[in-house]
Design a protein around this ligand. Sequence first.
Ligand SMILES: [Zn+2]
Length: 215
Amino acid sequence: MNFYVLKPFDNMVGWKSHFYYASIEEPILYGSHEICPNCSGPVTPRKLIPPYYISLESNNPNLARAGDFLFTENKSFFISENMKNIIQSEQIKGLEIESSPAHIKTVARIPLEEYVESKFNQYYYAQIHYGGGSIDIEKSGYEYWEKPECELCQVSVLIRAKGQILRDGSWEGSDIFYPRGGLVPLVTEKFINIMKNNMITNCSFYPAETWWKNE
Ligand SMILES: [Zn+2]
């Protein structure tokens, strides 16, 4: 089974100038972290609680339209209505999608109501499933500052690594997930094919084995 790293664009340098991303605006309501069942340490950023207010940002205001996948600064995502429908109809596992859309405040710094023609879709908060597999530290070439204390969540600070390779037999069947001990979301080939067949924009993929040199 092959896994791939999900990222916003095929070139991270200057990615914000290429397409819209979502900036989360006040008021921001935070829920709790997900907790490791073994060591009780936090393993995810604090979950955001609705309602969500976002601005669509880009350094290039001439972009024709915002993409399907809107990345944010904190490991959460907003996805277009189109993508939400595809995820649901294709039964993609691993994304928890809010049922009500975010309130869009501005687009490229201009209030939404000033746009005559609405070319911006509705966007929905989507949380990627934490867990669903565990990183194989040896195969991934991890070198830590300190060996992780917890064998389950494997949280520690990395000096270097090679890939994001899963421990044999640890994958639990999600098409998109943050593995335990991982630092980026992984997806399956099925996920990539569905994104490509539906021309979903603002996402790209590379093999999980080559993570470190692609970061
Ligand atoms: Zn733990």
